[in-house]
Design a protein around this ligand. Structure first.
Ligand code: SPV
Ligand code: MG
Length: 433
């Protein structure tokens, strides 16, 4: 008699006895086919897994209860079910509520077409993947593991969302906070070490007066208490002869990418209205800097992102496109096309043209002045990374200023209390373990 087919959908990132229990039960009903969720499928509803698809597949296909493993490319099972037409689907009963509730309903509906059955063993309690994940996050935050995470995120997600961080505390906010919208978890994928906000925090202008060693010391504070990737704003990277030392320090610290802008001379922030005296680098000289980084980096996963300032200096799209070609050929992994317009029209027309090139590489956007743009519009126009470059410092400064003024006005602190967090909360914020 033909053996029955049993389908089990799994992410199987951190494999625990709950998974084994499900597979063991599934095996009793027939031959088990595991639909292993791809990194892209997992990224649609939670963080990308610690282990990539290939590594997870090796583990699962060697479990004695498993007959074969196929990729499940979406959170939804329907596509695979229609191909496999299993007699049974086995899943822990924990999906009756929460993110996967709808997925479950669609499984039941699809199975009905060929009288298949859903088996739901009770979920193995007392295994907290959250506590296992906490331990894993210590491993993942080791520099070597953290460096490569940004590239994996770019390969797995529609858009990688980065937020400015200027100290350890802001890094912790980026690492921890999330919101749930339409059953999906939204969080930030990494931190931006901004030259503007790092300098401002130290009372310095954004003109490279803050040395790279001071910048690296600030980011070390963040790296010590976080696990997400960090993208480093390197201004123009400094002198070509010094680049290899900078890259070595960044990689050792666990930084995932350097963004280097094609300007020369005394650094001026790109959002200043008056850009007189600011010059753009000769594209072939800038290309040499990119090549130098590619030649010195230890890990292929450490990304070099070339930032084009043509629009900032009113040079127009032709100049920007010419540069994008040259920088891409030199080995850049992505292009940040910067703009200080109020709308994204300029960068979208650049993206439309650059997409036609055989040298096209992923695009990065910094929507500081065109902040009305939604992430879905950026995705539609070919952008893969969005950097919210300064918002946390801009939020913190007026809040602190207001509190200081309230104390002065009232000659006591009481009136400020209602706008600030209780002391207990700030003590509990940082765990002492
Ligand atoms: C920064 O945040 O320091 C940047 C982005 O480089 S911008 O301020 O727009 O130049
Ligand atoms: Mg900067």
């Amino acid at each position: 008699m033909k053996k029955k087919i049993v389908y089990v959908g799994l992410s199987a990132d951190i494999l625990h006895k709950g998974h084994i229990n499900i597979l063991k039960i599934a095996n009793k009903y027939g031959e088990v086919c595991v639909g292993l969720l791809t990194d892209q499928a997992i990224a649609t509803y939670k963080n990308i897994p610690y282990l990539d698809y290939k590594k997870r597949k090796v583990v699962i296909e060697n479990i004695k209860y498993v007959k074969k493993v196929i990729p499940q490319k979406t959170l939804d099972y329907v596509e695979n079910l229609n191909i496999i037409k299993p007699d049974f689907v086995v899943h822990g009963d924990d999906w009756k509520t929460g993110v996967q509730k709808k997925t479950r309903e669609r499984v039941i509906k699809t199975l009905k077409k060929w009288s298949g059955k859903l088996i739901e063993p009770s979920y193995t309690k007392n295994i907290s993947s959250t506590s296992i994940k906490k331990e894993m996050s210590n491993i993942i935050s080791l520099p070597k593991n953290r460096v490569s995470r940004l590239k994996r995120l770019i390969n797995s997600k529609d858009i990688v969302r980065i937020l400015e961080s200027h100290n350890a505390l802001t890094g912790m906010i980026i690492d921890k906070i999330n919101v749930v919208k339409k059953n999906k978890v939204f969080d930030f994928d990494g931190m931006w070490s901004s030259s503007l906000t790092d300098s401002a925090t130290k009372g310095l202008p954004d003109n490279s007066s803050l040395s790279f060693s001071a910048r690296i010391s600030s980011l070390q504070d963040m790296m010590d208490v976080t696990s997400k990737p960090l993208v480093f704003d390197a201004d123009n990277g400094g002198q070509i002869e010094h680049l290899s030392f900078l890259i070595r320090s960044l990689e050792r610290s666990g930084v995932s990418a350097i963004i280097m802008e094609d300007k020369i001379g005394l650094k001026k922030n790109s959002l200043f209205k008056n850009q007189s005296g600011t010059k753009q680098d000769n594209p072939s000289h800038f290309a040499k800097k990119i090549k130098k980084i590619c030649a010195t980096r230890q890990s292929e996963d450490f990304m070099v992102i070339a930032r084009i300032e043509s629009f900032i200096l009113n040079k127009g799209i032709k100049d920007a496109l010419k540069r994008a070609e040259i920088y891409s050929k030199a080995g850049a992994d992505a292009i940040l096309i910067h703009s200080k317009e109020k709308t994204p029209a300029q960068i979208f027309s650049f993206a439309k043209e650059f997409k036609k090139s055989k040298n096209f590489i992923p695009l990065v956007s910094v929507p500081s002045t065109y902040s009305k743009v939604y992430e879905k519009e950026l995705i539609r126009n070919g952008f893969r990374i969005v950097i919210y470059a300064n918002q946390l410092l801009r939020a913190a400064y007026p809040a602190m200023e207001k509190t200081a003024k309230t104390i002065l006005k009232n000659s006591r602190a009481y009136e400020a209390d209602k706008n600030i967090i209780p002391i207990k909360e700030i003590i509990n914020l940082i765990k002492n373990d």
